[in-house]
Design a protein around this ligand. Structure first.
Ligand code: AMP
Length: 282
């Protein structure tokens, strides 16, 4: 696996891979890799001839009160996992490379970015869209893969790629979970043993609500019930539990189209997010 940290070397390496012919798939990450990330790498390998990953902890998607400085960084282990996963190239730039002095251009995807995490974390999706746009421009992949775990992020990127006519296919990969149902996340290491057990309420509450709503239950009643379950488990604050259109993320009051139930809540110092499909019966 080639490990590349500067732009001229990246351009040369990408040109080299493209000359070898075949498709190039790209998996952007912030590192601290786990089996969720590796599912994206494996899917990338099935979809393309060469897999490129990036590791960049993007400062502009963290608010001042968030965990940018303490976000787990484990580059040596990450490299080992990527190499084993069949990755051909790791793009690991530093902050100055991604945000050169005087950097002043941002990508703001309105609408789909506004609610949910966009409301709870002002500026977050502008940081995400700007860095993903830049990474796509640098790596020039045929396909880029993102996890459904960050469902709103995936929707924002799909919208951006469509609106800016970027020549890349965006693929979503289903959320990978631990045996207890909790979605794999680099932030799960922050959870104490007790918090980890309590956190099982998150996938369980969403699963019960999704099932009830799919069977004709009232959206408001079941999102409120899920919120109560989370509160009783010790989540506080609960930023949102919402059922939204699966593409635009507009809030829904009745299940008239394919939807997603999404939640974000804090347990102790750790903010967890999760989501599940809610499919109307035909
Ligand atoms: P991150 O390093 O958190 O920025 O995540 C990098 C990519 O991995 C994003 O597209 C995430 O949605 C995806 N990802 C993270 N956790 C999971 C998971 N448990 N299952 C599937 N994809 C995931």
């Amino acid at each position: 696996m080639q490990i590349i940290r500067d732009l001229p070397a990246l351009r040369k390496a990408v040109a080299g891979l493209k000359k070898e012919c075949g498709k190039l798939a790209f998996v952007p990450t912030m590192g601290a890799l786990h089996a969720g990330h590796m599912a994206l790498i494996a899917e990338a390998g099935r979809k393309a001839d060469h897999v490129v990953a990036s590791i960049f902890v993007n400062p502009t998607q963290f608010a001042l009160n968030e965990d940018f400085s303490t976000y787990p960084r484990r580059e040596a282990e990450d490299m080992h996992m990527l190499e084993k996963g069949g990755c051909a190239l790791l793009w690991a730039p530093d902050v100055e490379t991604m945000y050169p002095p005087g950097h002043s251009t941002t990508i703001n995807v309105t609408g789909v970015s506004d609610g949910l995490d966009g409301a709870a974390r002002p500026g977050h999706f502008t940081g995400v869209a700007t860095i993903v746009y830049t990474l796509l421009n640098q790596v020039q992949p045929d396909i880029a893969l993102f996890g459904e775990k960050d469902f709103q992020q995936l929707a924002v990127i799909r919208r951006m790629v469509r609106d800016m006519d970027l020549p890349v296919e965006i693929d979503g990969v289903p959320t990978q979970r631990d045996a207890d149902g909790i979605a794999l996340s680099s932030r799960n290491i922050y959870l104490s043993k007790e918090q980890r057990i309590a956190a099982r309420a998150l996938p369980r509450a969403l699963g019960e609500a999704a099932k009830a709503i799919q069977e004709g239950g009232d959206i408001r009643e079941h999102t409120e019930r899920a919120t109560d379950t989370l509160r009783r488990a010790g989540f506080d604050p609960i930023d949102y539990v919402a059922v939204c259109d699966a593409e635009t993320l507009e809030s829904l009051t009745s299940l008239t189209r394919p939807a997603r139930i999404l939640a974000a809540a804090r347990i102790g110092q750790t903010r967890l997010i999760d989501n599940l499909p809610v499919i109307p019966s035909v």
